[in-house]
Design a protein around this ligand. Structure first.
Ligand code: GH3
Ligand code: MG
Ligand code: MG
Length: 515
C-alpha cells in the first residue's frame, strides 16, 4: 500500500510506532517531522510566531522610527510572512546604522575602530569648513564681527588639535550669528524688492518731472551699490516715499491753482474786450447824439436826443460799475490763488526738510537719527552687543565762516561728511546733529574701538584736506565718545558724548575724549 493511499489515522499510528522505535520523545516537533516522513509530504516548517514576537519585544522602542519598524515587524509576524519579516528587519538595521553615523557627526565617539572614525571625522570636518567658506560671500561682509567669527571657526575646524567637543561652542555661537545674518539677508531682499516696486509704480506718475525722476534714479543707484545694508535701504525707502508723496500732492494742487489762474486770466481778457465793445457802442451813441444836437433847430428836437444821451451815459456808468465790481472780485480771487501757490511752494520746500535727511550734506537729520536709533536699540537688545555714540563738533568753524564766507563754510561741512562717510563702516550711522555738530552711531563697538575710530577720522581729515579755492585747509574737530550702558537711552549716551566733547574743547580742541 502506497503512502498516498494511507489514511491520516494510519499515518499517525505509524508515526507513533516509528517514534518509539527510534526512541524519540513525542514532542510536537518530533511528531510533525516523523509524520511528514511517514506520509511523504514536505510541508514548510511552521512559522515560529511566538518566539519571534518574544525577540521583537526586546528591541528598543525609543524613537518614532523604531516604533514604526516595530509595527512593521509585528505585522509581518501576524501575517506569518517570512518575506515581510526580512524586509522589516533590514529596514530596522539600516535605520540603526544611520543613527550610529549621526551620533559620530554630533561629536560622540562612534563604536567603530578609532582609525576609521578619525578618517570619517576629518573628512566631515573638512566638508563643514568648506561649506562655511562657500556660504560666507552669500551672507555679505557688512558685519565684520560675523566674518571674523566665521574665519576663526574655519581655522579651528581645520586644526587637527581641536577635538569635536572644542568645536561645539564655536559652532553654537556661529549658528546663532548665522541666524541673525540670514534674517538680515532676507529682510534686505524684501526691502529691495519693495523699493524697486515703489519706484517703478511711480515712474509713470513722475516722468513729466525729469529732475525729480533723475533724483529717484540716483537714489536707487546709490542703494544698489554694494555693500548693501538694511539701514541704507530703509533710509532710502523712507526718503523716497515721503518726499515723493509730498511732492506729488503739492505739485498736483499747485497745478490746479495755476489752472485756476489761467481760467481767471482768460475771463478777465474776455471781459475787457466785451467792455471795450459795449463802451464803444455807447460812445457811438453819444457821438450820434452830439451830431443830432448840433443839427437841432428847436428844443423839441433835442428832447428825444437827450433821452438817448442819458441812457448812453447811464449805460456807460453801469458798465464801468459792473466792470469795477468784476475786477475787484477777480483781484480778490487772484490774490487768494496767489497765496495758495505761495503756500504750496513753501510746502514743497519743507517736504525735503521734513524728510529724514539734511539737504546740505545728505546726512540724516535729527528726525532721521531718532528713527535710526530706535532700530539700533532694538538690534542691541536682540544681539546683546555694545554700541557707541560719538558727537563731533568742528573746531573754530565760526572763524572759517567769518574769514571765507558762509558758502565756504557750507562746502567744508559737505567735505567733512564725505570724508566721514568714506571712513566709517557701512553699519555706522551719520547724522547732522546741529549746525557744525555731527553724531555717529557705531553698533558692535566698544568704547576703545569708538575712540580709535574717531581718531582715525581725524587722521583722515589731515590727509584729505578741504580745498577753499586753491587753498588747502585742514578741518579739525573735537569729539566725545560714549558707550551705551545697560538701561540707558541712546539720547542719554549722546548727551554724555556731548559732555565729553566739551571736555575735548576745553583741553585744547582737535581731540577725542571718552565719556
Ligand atoms: P568751537 O571750536 O568752540 O566749536 O568754535 P566754533 O566757532 O566752531 O563754534 P561756534 O558755536 O562759536 O560757531 C558755530 C558756527 O557754525 C556758527 C554758525 O554760524 C556756523 N554754522 C552753523 N550752521 C551752519 C551752516 O549750515 N553753514 C555754515 N556755513 N555755517 C554754519
Ligand atoms: Mg558747536
Ligand atoms: Mg564748533
Amino acid at each position: 500500500m502506497s503512502t498516498a493511499e494511507k489514511k491520516p489515522s494510519e499515518i499517525a499510528r505509524d508515526t507513533l510506532k516509528l517514534l518509539m522505535t527510534r526512541k524519540l520523545v513525542p514532542t510536537p516537533a518530533n511528531f510533525r517531522s516523523v509524520y511528514q516522513e511517514v506520509s511523504g509530504t514536505t510541508e514548510p516548517p511552521p512559522f515560529p510566531a511566538d518566539p519571534l514576537r518574544h525577540i521583537v519585544q526586546a528591541l528598543p522602542l525609543r524613537t518614532p522610527l523604531q516604533q514604526r519598524h516595530r509595527a512593521q515587524l509585528d505585522a509581518a509576524i501576524a501575517q506569518q510572512s517570512w518575506h515581510d519579516l526580512q524586509n522589516a528587519l533590514v529596514a530596522y538595521a539600516n535605520a540603526a546604522n544611520a543613527g550610529a553615523n549621526a551620533t559620530t557627526a554630533a561629536g560622540v565617539p562612534a563604536a567603530t575602530p578609532a582609525a576609521k572614525a578619525d578618517t570619517s571625522n576629518s573628512e566631515f570636518l573638512e566638508q563643514l569648513a568648506r561649506m562655511i567658506e562657500n556660504a560666507l560671500p552669500a551672507l555679505g561682509t557688512d558685519d565684520a564681527r560675523f566674518v571674523e567669527q566665521a574665519t576663526r571657526l574655519i581655522a579651528a575646524i581645520r586644526d587637527p588639535a581641536n577635538g569635536l567637543s572644542a568645536l561645539r561652542p564655536l559652532l553654537g555661537n556661529f549658528t546663532l550669528r548665522l541666524s541673525f545674518a540670514a534674517e538680515d539677508q532676507a529682510e534686505i531682499r524684501n526691502t529691495l524688492l519693495k523699493l524697486l516696486k515703489l519706484i517703478i509704480e511711480n515712474i509713470g506718475e513722475l516722468s513729466r518731472e525729469d529732475l525729480w525722476l533723475k533724483k529717484q534714479i540716483d537714489a536707487l543707484a546709490e542703494v544698489a551699490t554694494p555693500p548693501l545694508s538694511l539701514r541704507r535701504l530703509d533710509d532710502v525707502e523712507r526718503r523716497i516715499k515721503e518726499v515723493m508723496f509730498k511732492q506729488v500732492m503739492a505739485k498736483g494742487r499747485q497745478m490746479e491753482a495755476q489752472e485756476e489762474m489761467r481760467r481767471m486770466l482768460a475771463t478777465f481778457v474776455e471781459r475787457l474786450s466785451q467792455m471795450t465793445t459795449s463802451t464803444s457802442a455807447h460812445h457811438h451813441q453819444m457821438e450820434e447824439s452830439a451830431r443830432l444836437i448840433e443839427q437841432a433847430k428847436s428844443i423839441e428836437d433835442i428832447g428825444p436826443v437827450m433821452k438817448n444821451v442819458v441812457s448812453a451815459t447811464r449805460g456807460i456808468a453801469q458798465e464801468i460799475k459792473n466792470t469795477h465790481e468784476e475786477l475787484r472780485t477777480m483781484r480778490e480771487k487772484v490774490n487768494a490763488t496767489q497765496a495758495e501757490i505761495v503756500k504750496l511752494q513753501q510746502e514743497l520746500d519743507t517736504a525735503s526738510t521734513q524728510a529724514r535727511h539734511d539737504p546740505l550734506t545728505g546726512a540724516l537729520n535729527r528726525k532721521g537719527l531718532d528713527e535710526a536709533l530706535v532700530r539700533e536699540i532694538a538690534d542691541v537688545q536682540r544681539k546683546e552687543t555694545p554700541l557707541c555714540t560719538a558727537l563731533l563738533d568742528i573746531d573754530n568753524f565760526k572763524k572759517l565762516n567769518d574769514t571765507r564766507g558762509h558758502e565756504t563754510g557750507d562746502a567744508a561741512l559737505t567735505h567733512l561728511v564725505a570724508v566721514t562717510r568714506n571712513n566709517m563702516r557701512p553699519q555706522d550711522t551719520l547724522a547732522r546733529y546741529g549746525g557744525e555738530e555731527f553724531v555717529i552711531v557705531m553698533p558692535d563697538t566698544l568704547i576703545e574701538q569708538g575712540i580709535e575710530a574717531m581718531t582715525r577720522l581725524q587722521r583722515a581729515l589731515t590727509k584729505q584736506f578741504f580745498l577753499a579755492g586753491n587753498e588747502k585747509i585742514v578741518i579739525t574737530f573735537s569729539a566725545g565718545v560714549a558707550q551705551l550702558t545697560a538701561g540707558e537711552t541712546p539720547q542719554d549716551a549722546i548727551k554724555r558724548a556731548d559732555q565729553a566733547m566739551y571736555l575735548a574743547k576745553r583741553s585744547g580742541k582737535n581731540r577725542v575724549v571718552g565719556a
